[in-house]
Design a protein around this ligand. Structure first.
Ligand code: SAM
Length: 214
């Protein structure tokens, strides 16, 4: 088994249990560890839809954030919403929140997505990069399936300064909730290497919200 597969396996096992307690525990960690602001987070996610589009959401998880931000049941500008996640248990929960026929849930790996080159005009990926086995590889694959001039919006959880928070995050990495810590400089290098340009970056606490253009 490759190191990617080992990490994906660990993530799948961990998230099959974590699915039972999501999204309450994740929201708590988001506020206490990363000092986020869920309302700004939701608004930033929602604003990705400006014209009628087919959108891909990566690392959808249990679908709570995606359902609240995109409201596919009410938003006529969403022609189709494809949601990809590696955890079948998380997507089983998402199924109850993203019920409309235009939502399609796909169990799959961000590193090898079952989509055509340039298939999507917009891609969202909130909270995924901290759990992927290979950040630069994921960005290259996102670049491949994004249309020319397409936009990606997402978030990365940065490493907070407080030692107790860093210790907690290291523990979560050991346990498989996350795969790695990510710094702003490191993320920007990945973005540059994948040939994206950054059009927006907003820092809220230790949460980076970003928009990338192909
Ligand atoms: C922290 S959750 C984020 C869920 C949701 N977007 C949110 O913000 O609440 C991270 C998600 O990434 C998924 N994930 C981890 N590795 C993945 C991979 N290689 N491909 C696709 N999804 C993956 C996990 O299963 C999990 O549902």
């Amino acid at each position: 088994m490759s190191s990617h597969e080992v990490l994906n396996q660990k993530t799948k096992q961990r998230y099959s249990l974590y699915a039972q307690f999501y999204p309450l525990l994740s929201l708590l960690a988001y506020y206490v560890i990363w000092r986020g602001n869920i309302f700004r987070h939701i608004r930033f996610f929602r604003d990705i839809v400006q014209t009628k589009i087919k959108i891909l959401d990566i690392a959808t998880g249990d679908g709570s954030l995606t359902a609240v931000a995109l409201r596919p049941d009410r938003n006529d500008k969403i022609a189709k919403l494809i949601c990809l996640d590696i955890s079948p248990e998380m997507l089983a929960k998402a199924k109850t929140k993203l019920k409309v026929p235009k939502c399609e849930l796909v169990v799959g790996d961000v590193q090898q997505m079952p989509f055509e080159n340039g298939e999507f005009a917009a891609i969202s990926c909130f909270g995924g990069f901290n759990s992927f086995p290979d950040g630069p590889g994921a960005l290259r694959e996102i670049y491949r399936v994004l249309a020319s001039q397409g936009r990606v919006r997402g978030s990365v959880l940065l490493l907070p300064n407080a030692p107790w928070k860093q210790k907690k995050i290291q523990q979560w990495i050991q346990e498989g909730y996350q795969t790695q810590t990510i710094s702003i400089d490191q993320f920007k290098r990945w973005v540059h290497d994948a040939k994206f340009s950054v059009s927006t970056e907003v820092l809220i606490g230790d949460v980076l919200l970003f928009e990338l253009i192909k």
